[in-house]
Ligand binder design. Structure first.
Ligand code: SDX
Length: 393
């Protein structure tokens, strides 16, 4: 037992560690951040209010909220020299590749935030990471479309600032649409934390060795990129667009059920939820709001998604295997309607999940019993044997 990852022969994977941050009941489809239901937070909180809750365990009082907002606002810019990192990438580099590189490079700039034994440096690194993720992500997007970087504005909130850094251009004023900003805020809240998922476990394992927080978050971004995890939002929209129309759905349902076909319904199924992912319901509602706001309420891809969900949820295969839509099923349609290209979808996931990664990393680092993670294995290889010279093999 390394204090976090304990191998228990009764489980097919490393059992999770103790945490006070997020609770999931996969059978009932319940998700709580520090005891608060996700739908109440998504409806009523700002993203930084939710961040405060995840980081410090309680909803902030007014002065605590203002204090966090002020600390984050002061650190949204990145060191000007970091701009040069972007020019080292190909224009068509996947933005997640850029995020892994640039976030890891933060430890080369902020030497006052990498000594994890110093609580002040840990707090500084946490604030800097949460504050700079939207800026770094927006710069990756701007670089990919050949437009100039847009600096953050201190009078905008977290979500509105991000939208403006992505979509403003120097030639004209950019007004953030409040409906889209509210949708962005809700999407960030839904993605903020999710117990010991693959990328959070990656951040905890990397952090357990004493690696600096920027390097740990970079490792989390790399893991999130996988299509079985955070990359599923990009894969789900690609799948829905490939299906294209409701009459082609039965063909894909058949493929998803065929054991000899590696095709999976992207945005369906979950390691923990054996019921409807509560985030997916909120995401579907947000999807309708955004499509209405941008005038795409009759988006044919939404019709495909809703019909695919209806058919799958009435199909014995999916019912017996308890496969339901997860957060990624409707997020792709929503993010595309917000104006993002598909390769930015997982980047948005990473911005939000940085709060959860940091909260989980802090919880681990501050646990006095914490030791380096060392998952064990069941050895199934060859028994001990003597060396055989090549001429005798
Ligand atoms: C995220 O862990 C987290 O919390 C992650 C996340 C977070 O917030 O951090 O929630 C974010 O990653 C959500 C999941 C996004 N991924 C996808 O949507 C990709 C598509 N989904 C599948 O790849 C799959 O459902 C997984 C990877 C999510 C889970 O895979 P498992 O662990 O194999 O699922 P399972 O054990 O419940 O599968 C039961 C059966 C299996 O068949 P059998 O071996 O029993 O014959 O259902 C099958 C699976 O092969 N199955 C599917 C399927 N998902 C599982 N069949 C068709 N389509 C699917 N999507």
């Amino acid at each position: 037992d390394s204090g976090c990852f304990t191998y228990d022969p009764g489980f097919t994977s490393t059992a999770s560690c103790e945490s006070k941050i997020t609770y999931i009941d996969g059978d009932k489809g319940i998700l709580l951040y520090r005891g608060y239901p996700i739908d109440q937070l998504a409806e009523n909180c700002t993203f930084l209010e939710t961040a405060y809750l995840l980081l410090y365990g309680e909803l902030p009082k007014a002065e605590q909220y203002e204090g966090l907002k002020e600390r984050i606002t002061k650190h949204t810019m990145v060191h000007e020299q970091m701009n040069r990192f972007y020019t080292g990438f190909r224009r068509d580099a996947h933005p997640m590749a850029v995020m892994v590189g640039v976030v890891g490079a933060l430890s080369a700039f902020y030497h006052d935030s990498i000594d994890i034994k110093d609580p002040r440096q840990r707090e500084m690194a946490s604030i800097r990471m949460i504050a700079k993720m939207p800026t770094i992500a927006a710069m990756a997007y701007k670089y990919s479309v050949g437009q100039p970087f847009v600096y953050p504005k201190n009078d905008l909130d977290y979500s509105a600032n991000f939208l403006r850094m992505c979509f403003a251009v120097p030639c004209e004023e950019y007004q953030v649409d409040p409906v889209l900003a509210r949708a962005m805020r809700r999407i960030f809240i839904l993605h903020a934390d999710h117990e010991q998922n693959a990328s959070t476990s990656t951040v905890r394992l990397a952090g357990s060795s004493g690696a600096n927080p920027f390097a740990c978050i970079s490792a989390g971004i790399a893991c999130l990129w996988g299509p079985a995890h955070g990359g599923a939002n990009e894969a789900a929209l690609t799948m829905l667009e490939e299906i294209g129309s409701v009459d082609r759905i039965p063909e894909y349902i058949k493929r998803a059920k065929d054991k000899n076909d590696s095709f999976r319904l992207m945005g369906f199924g979950h390691r923990v939820y054996k019921n409807y992912d509560p985030r997916a319901k909120i995401m579907q509602k947000t999807c309708h709001e955004v499509l209405d706001a941008v005038g795409h309420h009759d988006d044919p891809i939404l019709k495909v998604a809703m019909e695919l969900e209806r058919i799958a949820l009435s199909d014995d295969y999916f019912v017996q295997k308890k496969l339901y839509p997860n957060i990624d099923f409707y997020s792709g349609i929503t993010l595309k309607a917000l104006g993002f290209p598909t390769d930015m979808f997982t980047v948005l996931f990473a911005i939000a999940r940085t709060v959860g990664w940091i909260a989980q990393w802090m919880e681990m680092i501050e646990d006095p019993s914490q030791r380096i993670g060392r998952p064990r294995q069941l050895y199934t290889g060859a028994p001990e044997r003597a060396y055989v010279p090549v001429e005798a093999r």
